[in-house]
Design a protein around this ligand. Structure first.
Ligand SMILES: NC(=O)C1=CN([C@@H]2O[C@H](COP(=O)(O)OP(=O)(O)OC[C@H]3O[C@@H](n4cnc5c(N)ncnc54)[C@H](O)[C@@H]3O)[C@@H](O)[C@H]2O)C=CC1
Length: 385
């Protein structure tokens, strides 16, 4: 399998175009499961295949990856019959692009691997059906512009949306059907089934543009199940370091709200919050956090502004964290642009923090890049309802 992937990898783009073309011609009913614009989708096909090939000698991890993929596909409307159609078109595409490298042994190995992967996805999706809905309908009940292309969007879900502070959510809007984006709720779970998101319009981002400038109270969104492990761990005696870059403040704010609702769970530990932005103007949410720190002695807040001279708050978030001298006796939670999270992670590793004490969401496409946990292959079940 690795040999054949090495042959087809340089032709990834043509391979994906061919695969989706024959899939949609032979099984036109499958087309409506995919977004109108297939560019991003095509890129993901080979990445998923590469991950499967990477894990093929590690059945436990392969099963974990495929189970997650299967559960994730429920919200797209994937059903058992689709897996056979995809398998047929995939193997035919691989054979075509591998050329003479496609031997009967390789064909058999792929057939087996696809069989195991699809069976695992189908079973995981079936199990999940018994536990929770594929999607939650969410009506916008609040919409507020915060300046700097940022909006606070509050939705009410039916049924109530079960999640833990620090997790993230995939969201589909009526303006870009079948295009899903991830956002982290900015609040700890509430009793009234509402969730609040902070959305910044990113250049060229159609979904974020619609959510910031087009969304109105009453509009309906759809949410996929909660994901992510950036939740508060059991008290360990270690102080907490929370770092938030830009709208990365959302899940960090949710964690702080959870602690403020029940400060006893801190058991005397301190919370050091770092809030970063490019300019002072963009430091949204800082005032609220400073007010909280005046009320709660367990919270210290520091700002880091990277592109403007502000005395006492100057510097990139990773540099300010480095200068703060966080020791190995810290539990860190990082949220923000992937470059910032990666740089802050390096700073903390260099200062002696073990990787297990650094928490953040996957830096790429969550379902493809989520870390696999060797010790707890079923850990994600903790997040189920
Ligand atoms: N759970 C999570 O991890 C969440 C992540 N995000 C992500 O956070 C980002 C927020 O975007 P904006 O508000 O526009 O933030 P931004 O682009 O204004 O950046 C915020 C902060 O990160 C720093 N930064 C950016 N790139 C960096 C790099 N390569 N190295 C070191 N520092 C860097 C900036 O200096 C600034 O302090 C988005 O990429 C969004 O996807 C948002 C919400 C939750």
């Amino acid at each position: 399998m690795r040999r054949s992937v090495a042959v087809v990898e340089p032709q990834a783009e043509e391979l994906a175009v061919y695969f989706y073309a024959i899939l949609f011609v032979r099984y036109p009913e499958v087309r409506s499961l995919f977004p109108e614009n297939m560019d991003v989708q095509r890129d993901r096909l080979l990445r998923a295949l590469l991950r499967i090939v990477d894990l093929v000698d590690s059945p436990e991890h392969l099963a974990q990856f495929c189970a997650r993929l299967g559960r994730d596909h429920r919200k797209f409307g994937a059903v058992t019959a689709h897996y056979g159609a995809v398998g047929e078109c995939l193997l035919e595409t691989l054979a075509r692009f591998a050329g003479p490298a496609w031997t009967p042994e390789i064909a058999l190995a792929w057939q087996r691997a696809y069989g195991i992967a699809s069976e695992t996805m189908i079973l995981a999706a079936d199990d999940d059906t018994r536990l929770r809905p594929a999607v939650w309908n969410a009506q916008i009940v609040g919409h507020r512009h915060l300046g700097n292309a940022l909006a606070e969007v509050t939705v009410a879900t039916d049924p109530a949306y079960p999640y833990r502070a620090g997790q993230y959510v995939s969201m589909e809007t009526p303006w870009r059907p079948r295009v899903w984006r991830h956002y982290s709720p900015a609040n700890a779970p509430r009793s009234d089934s509402t969730l609040t998101f902070h959305v910044r319009h990113v250049a060229g981002g159609h979904v974020s543009h619609a959510l910031v400038y087009r969304a109105r109270i009453g509009d309906m969104l759809r949410l996929g199940p909660p994901e992510g492990d950036m939740v508060l761990s059991a008290p360990s005696g270690r102080d907490l370091l929370l770092a938030a870059g830009g709208t990365g403040l959302a899940p960090i704010r949710a964690l702080i709200e959870q602690i403020a609702n029940d400060p006893h769970r801190l058991q005397g530990r301190h919370v050091n919050l770092f809030v970063g932005a490019r300019t002072g103007n963009e430091l949204y949410g800082l005032d609220e956090m400073l007010r909280l720190s005046q009320r709660h002695h367990w919270l210290t807040v520091r700002a880091a502004v990277s592109h403007e001279h502000i005395p006492g708050a100057e510097g990139s978030l990773p540099d300010v964290i480095a200068a703060s001298g966080a020791g190995a006796h810290t539990e860190a939670y990082l949220s923000g642009p992937p470059g910032m999270v990666a740089a802050a992670r390096q700073v903390l590793l260099r200062s002696g923090l073990p990787p297990a004490q650094i928490h953040h969401d996957p830096l790429g496409v969550p379902v493809l890049d989520a870390p696999l946990d060797p010790g707890h292959p079923e850990k994600e079940e903790d997040n189920r309802i």
